[in-house]
Design a protein. Structure first.
Length: 422
């Protein structure tokens, strides 16, 4: 197991003894804002070309409490802290000037950071030839999350970025556009190129476009000013070191594309309406619904580092199916484990009252960054297919790692938990 993962497990004891106070007065900002002097393209939700970008992390709802209003987005986020930022290189796309943009959910806009010459691009940092279309780059501003979750926050940055890639996948599905993820990119060089401080780092990229194999771009040179995306940054050396130690990956290509047999209009509604369910009525799911969800989340994900992620399902309430621990079409153990599942999710009722509580498990410490992002992508698919079929889902990042592994009789790393149901 990777040292970072082992050192950030929750245990019954740790959650009771490692109490830290959260400084609610000084919560980091959730938006990175570039200077107003830069050109912007405000995204018009009615325009399909703009909507493609808008659905990647865009704001879809407002939640108001006395004195404060929160914007909720197409992507869920641990603690609604939104550490992930999205940048995109656009080349040869009608209606957009070639350039490097920041995708700003705050302004619902693409902010032009650097106009692009024909000869240059980010492609050399991704080890690809010139891309006609979009090259997305995903980073995390870890302090937004470590402010609350301390060392465990690096995991959430990876989950959240996986969810963000999930929003890109869904937007591509609506547009009938293929995409592929590249994890093995020159992260450190890109961090420097984009003028990041140590609080922000790239985690992955995605290509939505055609690669022109006949043309090699020159590595982009640009001078971007440093922009403080959090305010009040407090360094976490453990997270920064863990990031640096996990940047190198062993390629493991997946070229098979997902086939989502869905009604596009219904999917569009699901993307706009997606929310985390807060409470289950405990009405059961149907067996067909469970199996459809499994088929959807198990579709391949095209990438250069496709790590195996095992899906365990604790069947609590599914009509037509017995209760028990289910994995890949077989029961590992029969029985009512609903209370146990709730306990394992740090005593959260979501884990107990669900139709099904999932645990995702992986073994590949060499490819940690890609592995947890993949768990996030699978999680995002589960959210969308649940919404699509008319029930709910919630990600659960807090669980007793070692006890979950023991319960599942696995020696792997528990990557993520999710609950679905009515
Ligand atoms: C990685 C991750 C972990 C999460 N963990 C929990 C959790 O342990 N408990 C919970 O109730 N919600 C959890 N959530 C749901 C978030 O609280 C929710 O996404 C956020 O409040 C935004 O709301 P929305 O998803 O409805 O847009 C998690 C979400 C993500 C992406």
């Amino acid at each position: 197991m990777l040292a970072y993962h082992a050192q950030t497990v929750h245990t019954y004891r740790s959650v009771r003894t490692q109490l830290h106070s959260i400084d609610w007065e000084h919560q980091p900002r959730q938006y990175k804002r570039y200077t107003e002097t830069l050109t912007r393209i405000t995204l018009d939700k009615q325009n399909p070309e703009h909507r493609f970008f808008y659905l990647i992390g865009g704001v879809t709802a407002q939640k108001s409490y006395p004195g404060v209003t929160y914007a909720l987005r197409t992507n869920p986020s641990a603690g609604a802290l939104y550490p992930t930022e999205v940048y995109v290189q656009i080349r040869g796309v009608k209606g957009f000037k070639d350039g490097i943009y920041h995708l700003s959910p705050y302004e619902s806009a693409l902010v032009l950071l650097h106009p692009l010459d024909e000869e240059e691009g980010v492609e050399p940092f991704l080890h690809v030839k010139r891309v006609i279309g979009c090259v997305f780059l995903f980073s995390a501003l870890y302090y937004r999350s470590s402010w609350k979750y301390r060392d465990r926050a690096f995991r959430y940055c990876l989950h959240d970025t996986g969810h963000m890639i999930g929003t890109l996948e869904a937007s591509c599905t609506l547009n009938n556009t293929p995409y592929r993820i590249l994890y093995a990119i020159e992260k450190k060089a890109l961090n420097k190129l984009f003028g990041f401080g140590s609080e922000e780092f790239f985690l992955s990229s995605a290509i939505v476009g055609e690669e022109d194999k006949t043309f090699t771009c020159k590595a982009l040179l640009m001078q971007l000013p440093y922009v403080d995306g959090t305010g009040g940054f407090e360094k976490n050396r453990f997270i920064e070191d863990s990031y640096a130690m996990t940047c190198e990956l062993t390629p493991k290509f997946q070229t098979k594309m997902a086939l989502f047999d869905v009604d596009k209009e219904r999917l569009k509604q699901a993307i706009w309406k997606r929310r985390s369910i807060r409470e289950f009525t405990q009405k059961p799911l149907l067996e067909e619904e469970f199996l459809e969800a499994i088929a959807y989340i198990s579709q391949p994900i095209v990438s250069d580092c496709d790590v195996d992620v095992e899906i365990y399902a604790i069947i609590n309430r599914v009509e037509g199916m017995g209760q028990g621990i289910w994995k890949e079409g077989k029961y590992l153990q029969n029985g009512d484990f609903a209370r146990k599942a709730g306990y394992l999710c740090l005593e959260q009722a979501l884990g107990e009252k669900s139709g099904v509580t999932f645990f995702l498990v992986g073994h590949d410490a060499q490819n940690y960054q890609a592995m947890i992002q993949k768990a996030g992508i699978i999680g995002h698919r589960l959210y969308l297919i649940s919404e699509y079929m008319g029930f709910g889902c919630s990600g659960i990042g807090a669980y007793y790692d070692e006890e979950v592994a023991e319960f599942l009789q696995s020696d792997g790393m528990v990557l993520y938990a999710l609950a679905i149901g009515r």
